[in-house]
Ligand binder design. Structure first.
Ligand SMILES: [Zn+2]
Length: 106
């Protein structure tokens, strides 16, 4: 990248595919089974696995795994539907596990 200044990015920890922008973080206070995770308004260069209903701490959701398009690693999940009214803001947004993404351009 040399001296170029661009937006602060997060990349896949395995293949360095750019998957999210720092500016798109909504919350850094998410918790997954394996530790801390970040909620993003949207992510890119990923594809979604099949949808499944899942009972999480905050209620019932329809979620799908989020995979890196390059190496196919599962990086987190997307909330396709939230059944609790108070959790509707998560719909269409994605969570990436902190240990599966690395900072670029910081
Ligand atoms: Zn990857």
């Amino acid at each position: 990248m040399g001296d170029s200044i661009g937006p602060r990015l997060y990349s896949c920890y395995k293949c360095r595919n750019h998957v999210a922008l720092h500016d798109d973080i909504i919350s850094k206070d998410f918790q997954s089974k394996s530790g801390r995770a970040y909620l993003f308004t949207h992510v890119r260069n990923v594809f979604e696995g099949p949808e499944a209903d899942q009972e999480l701490i905050t209620g019932l959701y329809t979620v799908s795994d989020v995979h890196c398009t390059d190496c196919r690693e599962v990086l987190g999940w997307k909330y396709d539907k939230a059944f609790e009214e108070s959790q509707k803001y998560k719909e269409g947004k994605a969570v990436l596990e902190k240990f599966k993404i690395v900072k670029e351009n910081w």
